[in-house]
Design a protein around this ligand. Sequence first.
Ligand code: IMP
Length: 193
Amino acid sequence: MKICFATNNSKKLKEVRAVLGKEFEIVSLEEIGCKEELPETGDKLEDNAFQKARYVKTHYGVDCFADDTGLEVDALDGAPGVYSGRYAGEPRSDDRNVDLLLKNMAEKKDRKAAFRTVIALIIGDEEWAFNGKAEGELIGARSGEGGFGYDPIFKPLGYDKTFAELSLEEKNTISHRGKAVRLLATFLKEKSS
Ligand code: IMP
């Protein structure tokens, strides 16, 4: 089965391809010739995921799925949440986002945080959504070289390593995106059988 994952984030592509396996041919935005930035102007993860997927379906005519992810921090009333990508403003920068979050968390005792992912899927003229969540806590300084985004400062519940210190397979087993993609995979397999 061939389907577009509406992203050009090579790290996300790698994570998702690893979960979906060889049964699925996952093509990126670049591979369908889409170079423009996709709209994501909603104030909910689900709205943004569907905005991106619908844009691709409308302009490129391919079945696709898109994800939107946010890091929700208890001590910051759920921020950066849906604005995680632009937390430190434009142009987007993982480094500046992490720096700002570390600064805003410097005095906070409650370190609880959770990643949430919504995947929007469009096949033909039908739409579905899949959700995944990973709970954990924020540490006070970066640790680890793997992953991307906020991974170096997020320690998942029950682990003494950050997401950036886990292998891709370990991260996928417990991560927000891994969980949502496994639901997507089960659905796609049932649909195509
Ligand atoms: P988006 O889903 O690409 O809009 O991601 C929003 C923000 O969350 C960006 O700053 C990403 O770098 C970050 N992000 C998305 N997924 C992950 C993840 O799995 N780990 C850490 N940060 C992530």
